[in-house]
Write a protein that binds this ligand. Structure first.
Ligand SMILES: [Zn+2]
Ligand SMILES: [Zn+2]
Length: 225
């Protein structure tokens, strides 16, 4: 399974781009070049940068309708380019083409019906958990059952202490706790959805996370699992 990160930021990034890994677009990821997770208004810019024609996208999944994950206009463009919008509710399990997809409720109170996914392509599997704080019981059970090879977690809050957002997003201490508890069930942990105002730069964050064997996603990162 190939995972390309098209956007790894939270909602607080300005549209003026910085160079390389120091700039993060609104969150999106592309699986095997054809299954898209989330489509904000910044999707097209990202597809252009990585030379991906929109027509290549077969399926589009959405985690929730915050503007850093969802744009109605972008969805219409995806539909016009031939993508199939896959709609799920918490608890659903569906086979779509070569993919088995499981949807779980995420703990992201400012947006009702937020979903996290486990996606298997028959060979490898991915847990994608943006946005949300901690993990809900059902998704923990899902992770224990399906043992994803790769897990992408919401790391919005950085190491900031006492931030009010920890009830709907993780800070890095929460990520470390989650990793310790779920290490037997997950091949590798990765963080994404970093808030600009709550994180150090990518280089510094990568160094901090390297000590914990956690991948820090950046726009353009491609992982093969
Ligand atoms: Zn978000
Ligand atoms: Zn959100």
């Amino acid at each position: 399974m190939k995972i390309l990160f098209l956007g790894t930021g939270a909602a607080d990034w300005p549209s003026v781009k910085k160079q390389g890994a120091e700039h993060r677009r609104f969150s999106a990821a592309l699986i095997n070049g054809e299954l898209l997770i989330d489509f904000s208004a910044q999707l097209k810019d990202s597809l252009d940068e990585y030379n991906i024609p929109m027509e290549q996208i077969k399926y589009a999944l959405n985690t929730h309708k915050h503007r850093d994950h969802y744009s109605e206009k972008t969805l219409a463009e995806l539909n016009a380019a031939g993508a199939q919008y896959l709609q799920f509710a918490a608890g659903d399990e569906k086979q779509v083409g070569g993919y088995r997809i499981y949807a779980y409720a995420g703990n992201h109170g400012t947006c009702k019906d937020t979903l996290h996914y486990i996606i298997s392509d028959g060979k490898k599997s991915l847990f994608y958990g943006l946005d949300g704080a901690w993990l809900m019981y059902e998704e923990v059970e899902g992770i224990k059952t399906h043992k994803p090879d790769f897990a992408v977690l919401d790391a919005t809050v950085g190491f900031v202490d006492g931030d009010y957002r920890i009830f709907e997003h993780n800070n890095l201490n929460m990520i470390l706790e989650i990793k310790k508890s779920l290490a037997p069930y997950v091949g590798r942990f990765c963080i994404s959805h970093m808030a600009r105002t709550l994180h150090s730069d990518h280089k510094e964050l990568s160094k901090q996370m390297e000590a914990h064997d956690i991948t820090v996603a950046y726009d353009g990162l491609e992982i093969v699992i």
